[in-house]
Design a binder for this molecule. Structure first.
Ligand code: SF4
Ligand code: SF4
Length: 343
């Protein structure tokens, strides 16, 4: 038996995927079993976290847990963190070394080389400090490490990462050599339906309320302290990501969207240079304006709901003008140069 670091409570949460793919089920099972081999690590297996309502048994159980969490799920790490946050399971973003940037770092590095542009770290420090929602309302100090099973689909890789996170030095033991320690696994089976709603990354959100004004389906609201809130998630129109295109901070995530950035893929790059993938991989097609696309997507949903379209309204026009007048930053120059290369 191997043991997690003393004096720290750890729970491994295995969030099952939506599909019934037997390979996925096997991987989830294997991860739950390897978690049982680590003394001091509780294991909780729940249905897909995104689909669960806040009042579900799974979230009730999660809210009872104290200490740090390692969460494995089939959505991007950033998406999983903020899905938990919106359901009251809050904490700091814990480091995960196998992340969704692994597969994209090379691409990002190539892009930097193509553009020949490197943002100076000092310039970044001099940039205006913008207050985020989590600056105003800091989360508790517990750490939540979210591992994305889409990119880490090998048990050995996940085991090593879990052992690293909980502070076990010997990360080389094969799972077969580890005895199962009974009584530590709780599995909650409950019925879920597939859902579609936005999740806000409060480390990015500035509470600007653009999304409240843009959404005409009453999804967003404000809480008692005038902070943005996804108030009626199930009013959201399935498959539409329109508001994520108008958020100035790329803070709105649709975890099940096919575009990585809209689904919560993170930035790539080192400390001195970060490329926002949402502007490279989640952006509308070349030549399209994000505001126009958002207005079109919103109109499509209004028509489907039997309502009148609104097109690019005054608020969007202002936003479009502000975007066009804003001085180009390093990323804009990078995108311009990539466009010029016609890749
Ligand atoms: S538009 Fe984006 S930054 Fe503004 S309140 Fe909504 S989520 Fe936050
Ligand atoms: S996708 Fe559309 S319906 Fe859903 S929250 Fe955004 S604007 Fe509202």
């Amino acid at each position: 038996m191997i043991s997690a670091t003393e004096n720290t409570a750890w729970t491994l949460v295995v969030s099952k995927g939506q599909s019934r793919n037997p390979k996925k089920r096997e991987l989830e099972q294997a991860i739950a079993e390897l978690g049982q081999c680590i003394d001091g690590l509780q294991v909780l297996v729940v249905p897909h976290l995104y689909d669960l309502p806040k009042g579900s048994d799974s979230y009730k159980k999660l809210s009872e847990l104290e200490g740090n969490l390692i969460v494995v799920s089939w959505i991007y790490s950033r998406a999983a963190h903020w899905v938990l946050d919106r359901n009251g399971i809050q904490g700091q973003v814990g480091e995960v070394l196998i992340s969704d940037t692994d597969d994209q770092d090379d691409e990002a590095t190539e892009d930097q080389d193509v553009a020949g542009e490197v943002v100076d770290a000092e310039e970044a420090e001099e940039a205006e400090v913008i207050q985020r929602v989590t600056d105003l309302y800091p989360r508790t100090s517990r750490s939540i490490h979210c591992i994305d099973l889409k990119i880490a689909d090998q048990v050995d890789r996940i085991r090593e990462e879990i052992q690293r996170i909980v502070g076990i030095e010997n990360a080389q033991s094969p799972p077969d050599s580890l005895p199962i320690v009974g009584g530590q696994l709780v599995q909650i089976d409950e019925q879920t339906n597939r859902r579609w709603y936005p999740v806000i990354d409060f480390d990015r959100c500035t509470n600007c309320m653009e999304c409240v004004d843009f959404c005409l389906f009453g999804v967003y609201g404000v809480d008692g302290v005038e902070s943005i809130l996804v108030e009626q998630p199930d009013n959201c129109r399935k498959g539409c990501p329109a508001c994520s295109r108008v958020c100035p901070e790329n803070a709105i995530i649709f975890p099940q969207h096919k575009a990585p950035a809209i689904a919560g893929a993170t930035t790539a790059g080192d400390e001195g240079f970060k490329i926002d993938l949402s502007q490279l991989f989640g952006a509308p097609a070349k030549g399209e304006d994000a505001i126009e696309v958002a207005a079109r997507e919103r109109d499509e949903q209004l028509l489907l709901a039997g309502r009148d379209t609104v097109g690019i309204d005054d608020q969007l026009k202002k936003r479009q003008a502000a975007r066009q007048q804003a001085p180009k930053d390093e990323l804009d120059h990078l995108i311009d140069q990539l466009d010029a290369l016609d890749l």
